[in-house]
Design a protein around this ligand. Structure first.
Ligand SMILES: Cc1cc2nc3c(=O)[nH]c(=O)nc-3n(C[C@H](O)[C@H](O)[C@H](O)COP(=O)(O)O)c2cc1C
Length: 330
C-alpha cells in the first residue's frame, strides 16, 4: 500500500499530472470518474495567491469528490512560497505540492520551477520552511536536473526527504530538454533503488498506453505513475491502465457515444467554471483526443475548434454522436 502521510493510495497509484490550463476542476472531474487515484491542480503562482489575484485564487477550488487532491504552488522567494503554502492549505487539500520542475523561461530563469535545481541549498531551505509552515503532507514534483551535466536527482531526493517531503514525482527529463527526446526512466529507477530513500517515488514522462505503463512498472520499480499529456481528451487512460495491470487484458475502448457524453460534461463544467470565453477556448485542446481514430473526422474537428457559441458546439457534439454511433473504435 502506497501512503502519503495518512492518505492511502492503493498498491500502484495513478496520478493526474498538474497541467496549466488543463488540470482544472472540469477536467479533474472526468479523470476522477475514470480512475485517477491522486490528482493535482495546475501550478498556482505564490505571488498571485499572496496578492489575492482572482486568477490564482480560483485555481484553489476543490470539490469533495476529487479527494485526495494536491494543490501545486510555484515561486522563487522562500517567504512567498511559505505564505502561499499556508493560503493553499486553507483551501483544504490533502496535500501541498511544490513545483520544482517547470522549464518555461519566465519561471525557471527567475529561479522558480526547475530553476531551483541550480541552487540545491535554497531548494532545501525553501522546502523546509514550507513543511514547517503547514500541517498537511508536502510533496514535490521535479525534473532530473537543469541539463545533462547537472543531474543530481538522488541528492535532490535525499535533501527533500531530509526536510520532511513525503513523496516525490520525477519527470525523467532535464530542464534543457523541455519536452524533447525521451524521458529517462533509468535515472528515476536509481532514486527508487537508493537504499536511503524511503518516500514514495512516482515516475513521470511519456506514459501513453496500458502496455507501456505495465512495462515501466515492472522495469523501473517505481511506486506509481503520473500521467499528463496522454490524459488530455482521454481520461479513460487511468482505468485502462489499471485493468491491464490487473488482468493483462485491454479494456474495451469507450464508444463514440460515451466519448461525446464525457466531452459534453467536460465542456459544460468548463463553461460554468471558467465562463464562456475561456471555457470554450481551453476545451479546444481536448477534442482531438476525445475523438481520436474516428475516420474522416477532420471537418468536425475544425468546426469544434472554430465555433464560438456554446449551444452550437453542443449541437456539433450531438451530431458526432448520431453520425458515428455505429463505428467501433479499436
Ligand atoms: C499543457 C501542459 C501544462 C503543464 N503544466 C504543468 C504544471 O502546471 N505543473 C507541473 O508540475 N508540470 C506541468 N506540466 C508537466 C506535466 O505535469 C508532466 O510532467 C509532463 O507533461 C510529462 O508527463 P507526460 O509525458 O505524461 O505528459 C505541464 C505539461 C503540459 C503538457
Amino acid at each position: 500500500m502506497v501512503k502519503i502521510g495518512n492518505i492511502e493510495l492503493g498498491d500502484f497509484p495513478l496520478l493526474l499530472a498538474p497541467m496549466e490550463d488543463v488540470s482544472d476542476p472540469p477536467f479533474r472531474a472526468v479523470c476522477k470518474e475514470n480512475g485517477a487515484d491522486l490528482m493535482y491542480t495546475e501550478f498556482i503562482s505564490a505571488e498571485g495567491l499572496i496578492r489575492d489575484a482572482d486568477k490564482s485564487v480560483q485555481k484553489l477550488d476543490i470539490y469533495n469528490y476529487e479527494r485526495p487532491i494536491g494543490i501545486q504552488i510555484f515561486g522563487e522567494k522562500i517567504e512567498s512560497m511559505r505564505e502561499a503554502a499556508a493560503i493553499a492549505e486553507n483551501a483544504d487539500p490533502e496535500i501541498i505540492d511544490i513545483n520544482y520542475g517547470c522549464p518555461v523561461k519566465k519561471v525557471a530563469c527567475k529561479g522558480a520551477g526547475a530553476g531551483i535545481l541550480l541552487d540545491l541549498p535554497k531548494m532545501q531551505a525553501m522546502t523546509s520552511e514550507i513543511v514547517k509552515r503547514v500541517n498537511k503532507p508536502v510533496t514535490v514534483k521535479t525534473r532530473l536536473g537543469w541539463d545533462e551535466h547537472s543531474i543530481k536527482i538522488e541528492e535532490v531526493a535525499m535533501r527533500l526527504q531530509d526536510v520532511g517531503v513525503q513523496a516525490l514525482t520525477i519527470h525523467g527529463r532535464t530542464r534543457k530538454q523541455m519536452y524533447k527526446g525521451e524521458a529517462n526512466w533509468s535515472l528515476i529507477a536509481k532514486v527508487k533503488e537508493n537504499p536511503n530513500i524511503h518516500i514514495p517515488i512516482f515516475g513521470n514522462g511519456d506514459i501513453d498506453s496500458p502496455q507501456k505503463a505495465l512495462a515501466y512498472k515492472n522495469r523501473y520499480g517505481i511506486d506509481g505513475i503520473m500521467i499528463g499529456r496522454a490524459a488530455i481528451g482521454y481520461p479513460w487512460i487511468f482505468n485502462e491502465i489499471k485493468y491491464f495491470i490487473a488482468t493483462g487484458n485491454e479494456l474495451r475502448p469507450p464508444s463514440i457515444s460515451e466519448r461525446v457524453d464525457v466531452a459534453k460534461r467536460h465542456l459544460n463544467f468548463s463553461l460554468e467554471w471558467k465562463g464562456e470565453r475561456l471555457g470554450i477556448f481551453e476545451m479546444r485542446r481536448h477534442y482531438t483526443n476525445y475523438f481520436k481514430r474516428i475516420p474522416d473526422f477532420k471537418s468536425y474537428r475544425t468546426r469544434l475548434v472554430e465555433t464560438e457559441e456554446p449551444a452550437l458546439i453542443l449541437a456539433i457534439l450531438d451530431e458526432i454522436k448520431s453520425q458515428f454511433s455505429e463505428i467501433a473504435l479499436v
